[in-house]
Design a protein around this ligand. Structure first.
Ligand SMILES: [Fe+2]
Length: 401
C-alpha cells in the first residue's frame, strides 16, 4: 500500500541515532517487501526485534486438501461449522477451519469468541473479511477497531492478535495469500495513488493512528511459515524475551489497514457489468471482488442477473453475506453460504431467477467473491459443510433421478 503514514515518535532522519529518555538507543527495523525494492516501513522498537529465547512446534489445524474430483460446483454452509456455542471457545487464529485452498491462496472460516494468541503469518498477506461481530485487532503498528463489513488487510509477518469485543460471535472469512494483497493495479497511478475511477480512495482506508506498547516478558508468537507440512506450510511457536508490541513509532507505506465494504462505490451501467467492475483487491493468481447493494442495469430490455459464463481460467468462490442474492434464487443459497463454481463448469443464474429479476431497479445483496487462477482443492471444513445437492440445482435432478 504505497500511501505514506506515520504514528508515534520517529527521528527526523532515517538510520540515525534515536535515543530513549534514559539515553539508550531504540532499535530500528525496516519491514519491507521484495528485498528492499518495494513498499516498506521503519519501526522503532524498545527491545531487540530479533531476540528470541525458544522455538517449538505449533501443530497447525488440519491443512490437508483433496481435489474437487469428480468435478462439481459446491454449496458450503459455513454457519453449520460452529454449531451451538462452539464459537465461544474458538479464536480467529487457531480456530479457523480450512474450506478451500491451492498453491496461491487458502480460504478459511471461523466463528470466534476468544482472544487469539499473538500471530505472525510469514507466508503471505491476509485479508480477513468480518461477516459479523466486532473486535480490536492489536498489531505491532497499533490497534485497529474492526466491525461488521470490514476487510482487514494484514501484511505478511505483522505480529497481531484478534480480540472479539461484541456480544455474539466474531465471524471471520480468512483469505490467506502466499503473496501480497493490494488494491487492483488499474486503480493506482504509477506512483501508487488511488485514481478517480477507483471505487474507493485513501480516505476509506483506516490504519493504526498511534503506537500500542505492551510490557511483558517471554511472549509466545504463533508463527505460520513455509516448510514441508501439508499444503507446504508449518507452524512454530517462537518465544520472545520482550513483547513484540514495543514499537514507539513507525513510518512508511507498509502497515495493516481496514476498509469497510459499505465504502465501496459500485460501478453500474445500462447493461450487466462484468465481475472486474466489482473488484476490490488482488493477490498473485487471485482477485477479491464484492457485490454490494446497488442500482442495476437500466437499459429498457436489460437482464439484470448475470449471463451464463464459463470463466475458463478461474475457480470462483462466492460468499453470500447479506441481502437476497438475486441470481441464486431457488438454489438453497442463504446468508453464510459459499458456492464454488470451478473451471470446467459453465454457471449462471438458477433458471427461475432470470425472469424474476426482469424490471428490477435495485439489488439488495452483499457477497464477497474470490476468483483463483489455479484450481482450488477442498479442505476439511469444505467437506464438512457441503450440502451435497447444489450441483443439480440448475437441472432439477441428480444421479438418483
Ligand atoms: Fe460467476
Amino acid at each position: 500500500m504505497a500511501y505514506y503514514r506515520s504514528a508515534g515518535e520517529i527521528p527526523p532522519k532515517r538510520h540515525t541515532q534515536f535515543r530513549r529518555p534514559d539515553g539508550g538507543l531504540y532499535y530500528e527495523e525496516l519491514m519491507g517487501e521484495e528485498g528492499f525494492f518495494s513498499d516498506s516501513s521503519l519501526l522503532y522498537h524498545r527491545g531487540v526485534p530479533s531476540a528470541i529465547v525458544d522455538s517449538r512446534v505449533w501443530e497447525l489445524p488440519d491443512m490437508r486438501t483433496i481435489p474437487n474430483h469428480p468435478l462439481k460446483p459446491l454449496h458450503l454452509k459455513l454457519h453449520e461449522l460452529f454449531p451451538g456455542n462452539d464459537w465461544k471457545a474458538a479464536d480467529v487464529v487457531t480456530g479457523r477451519r480450512l474450506l478451500l485452498g491451492n498453491g496461491d491462496v487458502r480460504i478459511a472460516y471461523v466463528a470466534a469468541g476468544e482472544s487469539s494468541p499473538l500471530y505472525r503469518n510469514a507466508i503471505g498477506d491476509e485479508c480477513v473479511y468480518v461477516e459479523d461481530g466486532e473486535a480490536t485487532l492489536e498489531t505491532m503498528f497499533g490497534v485497529l477497531t474492526v466491525r461488521k463489513g470490514d476487510y482487514a488487510i494484514i501484511p505478511r509477518s505483522t505480529v497481531h492478535r484478534w480480540v472479539p469485543t461484541g456480544e455474539g460471535p466474531l465471524r471471520a472469512y480468512c483469505v490467506e495469500a502466499n503473496s501480497h494483497i493490494t488494491p487492483p493495479k488499474r486503480y493506482l497511478s504509477r506512483y501508487g495513488q488511488l485514481l478517480e475511477h477507483s471505487p474507493y480512495c485513501e480516505r476509506d482506508l483506516h490504519a493504526p493512528g498511534e503506537p500500542f506498547v505492551v510490557e511483558q516478558g517471554d511472549v509466545e508468537v504463533f508463527t505460520k511459515h513455509r516448510g514441508h507440512g501439508p499444503s507446504g506450510l508449518v507452524g512454530s511457536i517462537v518465544v520472545y524475551p520482550t513483547h513484540p508490541f514495543d514499537v514507539i513509532g513507525w513510518d512508511g507505506c507498509l502497515y495493516p489497514y481496514t476498509f469497510n465494504v459499505s465504502d465501496f462505490e459500485p460501478i453500474t451501467g445500462r447493461v450487466h457489468q462484468p465481475p472486474p467492475a466489482h473488484q476490490v483487491f488482488e493477490g498473485y493468481n487471485f482477485v477479491i471482488c464484492n457485490f454490494v447493494p446497488r442500482k442495476v442495469d437500466y437499459h429498457p430490455l436489460a437482464v439484470p442477473v448475470p449471463y451464463y459464463h464459463s470463466n475458463v481460467d478461474s475457480d470462483e468462490v462466492m460468499f453470500y453475506v447479506d441481502g437476497d442474492y438475486e441470481a441464486r434464487k431457488g438454489s438453497g443459497i442463504a446468508k453464510g453460504s459459499i458456492t464454488l463454481h470451478p473451471g470446467g463448469h459453465s454457471h449462471g443464474p438458477q433458471p427461475a431467477a432470470i425472469e424474476a429479476a426482469l424490471g428490477k431497479e435495485y439489488f439488495d445483496e452483499l457477497a464477497v467473491m474470490v476468483d483463483t487462477f489455479r484450481p482450488l482443492e477442498i479442505g476439511e471444513a469444505g467437506v464438512d459443510s457441503d450440502d451435497g445437492a447444489y450441483a443439480w440445482s440448475w437441472s432439477g435432478r441428480g444421479p438418483e433421478g
